[in-house]
Design a protein around this ligand. Structure first.
Ligand SMILES: NC(=O)c1ccc[n+]([C@@H]2O[C@H](COP(=O)([O-])OP(=O)(O)OC[C@H]3O[C@@H](n4cnc5c(N)ncnc54)[C@H](O)[C@@H]3O)[C@@H](O)[C@H]2O)c1
Length: 428
């Protein structure tokens, strides 16, 4: 099929490339001309494992191309909307990019009318798809579908090619048939439902995953006091098939471009309808205080951080991505700097983006270099490069062998034997 994808960020680019892999003819559209130029030259503006190579392959096969001009999409049978829906100052989903894209599609459709399906993949509040259908009803032969995305940054391409489920909110047999043709060959369970249900499935999924993380983070605080080990507790819990092991790890809190904004957007949506989601309010409260709780563990060992060298390992909001939106590391760096610590940081990919926000931090190009002369080291993002380390060498390099493992990812038994003082999250 001929497909256009509006917005070539994490979701749009991955969607575009994976559809091209499946044999569709894809045009990626973005308002960011520099991004489009880079993409046209076969370079991905984002770091996502495997994406560069598949981008080059599909470009070479002529299956994908990029432009800033939606008019080039006049032959498209399907137009995806993958623009950002960030948080407004009030915490609601900011739909201005979505509305601009819908306006562009209306203009395109009026100039080049044909049977066309508009697929909203951006995460949008319940009712947005129905409102779009109403506002575009003058565009004859245009169907509006809600098809939320569930890919995880760090394995986005793999997720797009092997989705856990395909959620389609549509109100016509024709639109459903188009989606079935588009995604034929993907073996995933389908849920065909209303647009509103599809939109709520997305928010509810993210809110639920966020709740699991906050539950474990709060349990970790209890575990730290009791002298129990929350990693063993979560392992034991996760073996229960009713619970499962995913998103059950205590840490420094969730971040990224989705959970923080989607949980607040869901709360706002509920409030607008006179409903209080008190559990979700607590989920956010726990998450906001988790980096501070973790930082206070450090302060309990080093009460005066002024002038102390602290190594920070990992800055992206999670491993295998360059995304630093709402990354817990940003909060920890701010706390360290406010306390007067001298910070040396390492991240294999995201250091440059963080440097723009924290120019006073010293950024090093190897994890080992971050430890040199440090009074303590903090693991914030568990990149393999930050976990698999030469601990003998590191012990010799550190001023004081004090480790704070914000992801419970360092080999704590081995480290204790090697003479390090080790503190994890919820393990003594
Ligand atoms: N990032 C994720 O892991 C993820 C996962 C699932 C769902 N989502 C949702 O998908 C949506 C996109 O997220 P993202 O992380 O890919 O965002 P992003 O910020 O990485 O990308 C958005 C892109 O849209 C472009 N854009 C904005 N307005 C445009 C317009 N009018 N025309 C053309 N291009 C335009 C921007 O230049 C940018 O390149 C959001 O609603 C997000 O909540 C994200």
């Amino acid at each position: 099929m001929k497909v256009a994808v509006i917005g070539t960020g994490y979701v749009g680019l991955t969607t575009a490339v994976s559809l091209a892999v499946k044999g569709h003819e894809v045009l990626g559209i973005d308002v960011d001309a520099a991004k489009i130029e880079q993409l046209s030259n076969g370079r991905s503006p984002i770091y996502e494992p495997g994406l560069d190579q598949v981008l080059l392959e599909t470009l070479g096969q002529g299956k994908i191309r990029f432009s800033t001009n939606l008019v080039e999409a006049k032959e498209a049978q399907v137009v995806f909307v993958c623009v950002g829906t960030p948080e407004t100052e009030d915490g609601e989903a900011d739909l201005r990019y979505l509305h601009a894209a819908l306006q562009d599609i209306a203009t395109l459709h009026n100039h080049s009318p044909k049977e066309r399906t508009l697929v909203i993949k951006s995460t949008v509040p319940v009712g947005t798809g129905d409102q779009a259908a109403v506002s575009l009803r003058h565009c004859k032969e245009l169907q509006v579908v809600s098809n939320p995305e569930f890919l995880r940054e760090g394995c986005a391409l793999e997720d797009a090619l092997n989705p856990s489920r395909i959620i389609v909110g549509a109100d016509s047999e024709e639109a459903i048939a188009v989606m079935q043709t588009l995604y034929s060959g993907l073996s995933a369970p389908w849920v065909i439902t209303t647009r509103a249900n599809a939109e709520l499935i997305k928010y509810a999924s993210n809110a639920f995953l966020a709740a699991r993380i906050s539950f474990m983070n709060e349990l970790a605080r209890l575990s730290a006091v009791l002298g129990t080990d929350v990693t063993v507790v979560s392992h034991g819990m996760g073996l229960d098939s009713r619970i499962g092991s995913q998103f059950l790890r205590a840490g420094v809190g969730f971040g990224g471009s989705c959970f923080p904004k989607d949980t607040i957007a869901l709360l706002k949506l509920a409030n607008q309808h006179g409903v209080t989601l008190s559990l979700l309010e607590k989920v956010r409260e726990v998450n906001a205080s988790q980096p501070v709780w973790f930082f206070n563990q450090l302060v309990s060992k080093i009460p005066d951080l002024a002038g102390k060298r602290i190594a920070v390992l990992g800055l992206a909001f999670k491993p295998d991505t360059d995304d630093i939106r709402e990354a817990p590391a940003l909060r920890i760096l701010a706390e360290l700097q406010a306390a007067g610590a001298v910070v040396t940081a390492y991240d294999p990919i995201a250091a440059k983006a963080v440097e723009a926000l924290f120019p006073d931090v010293e950024y090093v190009t190897t994890p080992e270099a971050a430890f040199a002369g440090a009074h303590a080291a903090v693991l914030v993002t568990e990149w393999q490069a930050c976990v698999k380390l030469d601990w003998k060498l590191i012990k010799e390099q550190m001023e004081q062998p004090l480790l704070f493992d914000g992801r419970n990812a360092w080999p704590h038994d081995e480290l204790k034997k090697a003479g390090f003082e080790y503190l994890g999250v919820g393990k003594s």
